[in-house]
Design a protein around this ligand. Structure first.
Ligand code: ADP
Ligand code: MG
Length: 258
């Protein structure tokens, strides 16, 4: 692995400074992410909340090195992403990041266990799994009895728990989750989010979740509210009602200044 630029950064898993991503040519430029400076801590679930089009996915792609900023910097797990070339970024994603998607993204022909082990199987340079950790994770997610099933034999909540096991199996430093409960009913989504928050606390990884849903964000340790690419507010633990009120107040402010 490439040497870290900032190896002693214990509490912070990712930070960005003046992070900006413009799309389009001169006349019609959109700032999808507009001068965002913030930090994401290890052992915490941080929710990035905002309405559709506010820049959540773009921010996530920039933090994961899947897109490059127009200007500004991202430091992730001690690496300054602009220092890395494409193969180094790919290796960093493979070894130090996990991803959870709205649509679960499991391979239909593989069992739950084969899906969980797939990244390791494909592994170029990924370390072999820490087996005791993997067993603990599988038990923690209630998957022990389900490992031989294929995705079509699992409920939505069970499929997402398999996807969470896959994302955390290699003990990543950071896990990105894009609307992880978007395809789940309210009760199932709530259970999945509580598990994600507990796993962040127990494993020490930083989980960064983007969502438009204040109820989902209420499971987080910290909530960042973004609108039109700007970071407009930062909260600690908050109720769905408080987060919804904050998003509404931002929307009214935005309307008033247009
Ligand atoms: P969210 O995930 O919050 O819905 P996005 O990050 O997808 O928001 O998009 C933020 C803004 O950037 C939107 O105005 C969107 O149209 C624009 N945008 C995102 N990706 C691109 C792209 N590849 N090309 C042009 N505009 C884009
Ligand atoms: Mg999005």
């Amino acid at each position: 692995m490439i040497p870290q630029s900032f190896p002693d950064n214990r509490a912070v898993v990712a930070r960005c400074a003046d992070l900006t991503r413009l799309f389009g040519a001169d006349g019609a430029t959109v700032a999808a992410v507009d001068r965002i400076t913030t930090e994401f801590r290890r052992g915490e679930l941080t929710a990035v909340v905002g309405p559709s089009g506010s820049g959540k996915s773009t921010l996530m792609y920039l933090l994961a090195g899947l897109d490059a900023p127009t200007w500004g910097d991202v430091e992730l797990d001690g690496y300054l992403l602009t220092d890395l070339d494409e193969p180094e970024l790919a290796a960093l994603r493979h070894e130090r990041m996990g991803f959870i998607f709205q649509s679960f993204n499991l391979l239909p022909g593989l069992t739950a266990m084969e899906n969980i082990r797939l990244p390791e199987t494909l592994g170029r340079r990924r370390r072999p799994h820490d087996e005791p950790w993997l067993q603990q994770l599988i038990e923690r997610l209630g998957l022990t009895e389900l490992l031989a099933r294929r995705p079509h034999e699992l409920s939505g909540g069970q499929q997402q728990r398999v996807a969470i096991a896959r994302a955390l199996a290699h003990r990543p430093a950071v896990v990105f989750a894009d609307e992880p409960t978007g395809n789940l009913d309210l009760a199932t989504g709530g259970e999945v989010l509580d598990l994600l928050t507990e796993l962040a606390h127990e494993s020490g990884c930083g989980i960064i979740m983007v969502t438009h849903d204040p109820r989902a964000a209420s499971a987080a340790d910290r909530v960042l509210s973004i609108r039109d690419g700007h970071l407009v507010a930062e909260l600690g633990r908050a109720s769905a009602g408080e987060i919804a009120a904050l998003m509404l107040a931002d929307a009214i402010d935005a309307g008033a200044t247009r």
